[in-house]
Design a binder for this molecule. Structure first.
Ligand code: CU
Ligand code: ZN
Length: 174
């Protein structure tokens, strides 16, 4: 009897630890399968912070979104699905009926092909719930050839998908 009481709090703690993910590294790949670096996700009070540190991208402004399937199959990354949209909104940070939870500000890549930026995704979480990035099909981060105009449906007229990274609890690549 005594032993059971000692064990109980321990079991509760380990049970929580498994689901209570606060940080996650997402490795990004281009259409050739080369790694471009990582985007570090961090759970914060106001959503999930994305710490972008990538190289090997074309210079200029590029759309970046969280998509609603965790599969990144090159070269077109169509497998990543549509924008993560658990609240059924319209696309675009500038749209009056927006935005998708997966919509993010554009990335600005330097002439050297590198980008270091911090982005906030206020409508998602690494925890459980409707806005959780850990869905049945998984989620992913996709970078596009063009920029997101923040308004056009369904994806901001941002062009082809040029990089993709799966948001996965186990870091093994599929
Ligand atoms: Cu996208
Ligand atoms: Zn969108």
């Amino acid at each position: 009897m005594k032993k059971a009481w000692i064990l109980l709090p321990f079991l509760i703690l380990t049970g929580c630890a498994e689901e209570n993910i606060r940080r996650l590294d997402v490795e990004m790949y281009n259409a050739d399968g080369d790694s471009l670096g990582t985007i570090k996700l961090e759970e914060q009070a106001k959503g999930v912070k994305l710490n972008v540190d990538l190289k090997g991208l074309p210079a200029g402004e590029h759309a970046i979104h969280i998509h609603d399937n965790g599969k990144c199959e090159p070269p077109d990354f169509k497998s990543a699905g549509d924008h993560f949209n658990p609240e059924n909104k319209e696309h675009g940070l500038l749209h009056p009926k927006g935005a998708h939870s997966g919509d993010l500000p554009n990335l600005i890549v330097g002439d050297d092909g590198k980008v270091k930026e911090e982005l906030m995704a206020p409508q998602v979480t690494l925890q459980e719930g409707k806005k959780s990035l850990f869905t049945k099909d998984g989620t992913s981060i996709v970078i596009h050839e063009g920029k997101d105009d923040g308004m056009s449906q369904p994806a901001g007229d941002s062009g082809d998908r040029i990089a993709c990274g799966s948001i996965s609890k186990d870091k093994k690549e599929e």
